[in-house]
Design a protein around this ligand. Structure first.
Ligand SMILES: [Zn+2]
Length: 232
């Protein structure tokens, strides 16, 4: 039945041609979109004044990068940094330099979401530890803040030694200190001893760190290159 076969062949041939055109078009759309770099721009850099620029023997210094990616009030970030600095001082950790960056990122990257956060961290390549001040979180479960150390960043290495805080987090200074301790200790452990900074719930009463916690902060933070030993 050649006649019938011809009738069948024609649509198949047309379909194949159409498919190749469609595939070419999709490939173009796909790869052009992937190649395009999102619009990340550092609009302003400022160094926050710290009480002292040097650490003495027995102290360890920490330099912090604060990335404001969603238009947070900078006075709020400064006040929180002062609180966090005071809390970490009990372990002999001195924040000696804090750089605050105001960064323009597209709407798609203003909330914390692993894949978008990886793109952002990779593109910006900021000094670590970095605290990102985000518009919110798209992670589930949703937390006010998340810390990513070495142990929980194997599948997302760009995010090692970063903290992500969602707008609206209460007790911001305590949250900053708590999350930085997770990063420095490279541990997600909590300590529900009354008054401990690392209690699961962050409250203004939870500010203290035990000697063993301080020791782990210093040991692990130094080993991971996040803390530098001070000199006289
Ligand atoms: Zn925690």
């Amino acid at each position: 039945m050649p006649h019938a076969r011809d009738k069948v062949r024609l649509p198949i041939f047309l379909a194949i041609s159409f498919m190749s055109v469609l595939m070419a078009a999709l490939t173009w759309v796909c790869c052009d979109a992937v190649a395009a770099t999102p619009d990340f721009r550092i609009e302003e850099r400022s160094v926050l004044p710290m009480p002292s620029t040097a650490a003495t023997r027995g102290q360890h210094t920490l330099t912090l990068t604060l990335a404001n990616i969603s238009g947070w009030n900078e006075a709020e970030i400064r006040a929180a940094t002062t609180t966090a600095t005071g809390i970490l001082a009990q372990c002999g950790v001195r924040i000696t330099e804090t750089e605050l960056l105001r960064i323009h990122v597209p709407e798609s990257h203003r909330e914390f979401h692993t894949s978008r956060a990886r793109e952002l961290a990779q593109a910006l390549s900021l000094r670590k530890p970095t605290v990102y001040f985000a518009a919110g979180t798209r992670q589930r479960p949703a937390f006010d803040a998340e810390a990513i150390g070495r142990g929980n960043s194997r599948t997302r290495p760009e995010l090692a030694d970063t903290v992500w805080i969602a707008r609206g987090a209460r007790d911001l200074g305590l949250v900053m200190a708590h999350e930085l301790v997770h990063v420095l200790m490279d541990s997600g452990e909590h300590d529900n001893t009354p008054g401990n900074l690392m209690a699961e719930d962050t409250t203004p009463d939870n500010t203290r760190l035990r000697a063993a916690q301080c020791a782990r902060i210093i040991d692990t933070g130094t080993r991971n290159g996040l803390l530098q030993a001070g000199v006289d």
